[in-house]
Design a protein around this ligand. Structure first.
Ligand SMILES: [Zn+2]
Length: 185
């Protein structure tokens, strides 16, 4: 299962794909964008908070929890920003997707993806991402985790850069609408 780095990158990708996302009803410019991207990166990492109460990969690692997170944002913004609520739901769901696709070395394998409908664990057997080792006493602890994070950057870096470039071009076109297609005299 990916590291917090991989999950945060997924949250950023959701934010870039869904821009412009605004907080409240006002577009907050660059600050709003940074804040929103930070919020989505946190939402994508947050399911691993279940380490704190010893139910890792269970309820928080589900589409049900993703929906609850989105509803929480909808309530927090008093219904004024359904777009941000959807973005948070998707960022949270990206964590479920990535953990499902990743390697796992602790039984039961996978995530409780369909909670509260089902408490079954789902595991894709795809091994796209490496499992992050928490066995700090093993000699390969650092090298293995460094490789795991590097692999995440190799997989997620190119689409993230492509999205960033695409969004920058779209923003430039919005600022200078006349330059794209000028009517002929
Ligand atoms: Zn997780």
């Amino acid at each position: 299962m990916p590291s917090p780095v991989g999950h945060a990158l997924a949250g950023l990708m959701v934010g870039l794909a869904m821009r412009p996302v605004t907080l409240g009803t006002l577009p907050l410019g660059t600050l709003g964008t940074v804040r929103t991207l930070g919020t989505l990166a946190c939402a994508a990492v947050l399911p691993d908070i279940d380490f704190l109460w010893g139910r890792h990969n269970m309820e928080t690692h589900s589409l049900g929890a993703a929906a609850i997170a989105g509803l929480g944002v909808l309530a927090w913004t008093r219904g004024r920003n359904p777009r941000l609520a959807l973005a948070v739901t998707l960022a949270w769901a990206s964590h479920v997707l990535f953990d499902w696709l990743g390697s796992d070395d602790t039984a039961p394998l996978g995530v409780m993806a369909l909670w509260p409908v089902s408490s079954a664990f789902y595991f894709a057997d795809a091994y796209v991402f490496e499992a992050i080792s928490r066995r700090y006493w093993l000699p390969n602890f650092l090298t293995h985790n460094a490789w795991a994070v590097a692999k995440e950057l190799l997989i997620l870096g190119p689409p993230l850069l492509a999205l960033t470039a695409f969004r920058s071009r779209a923003r430039r076109r919005c600022r200078h609408p006349g330059t794209a297609s000028r009517p002929r005299a």
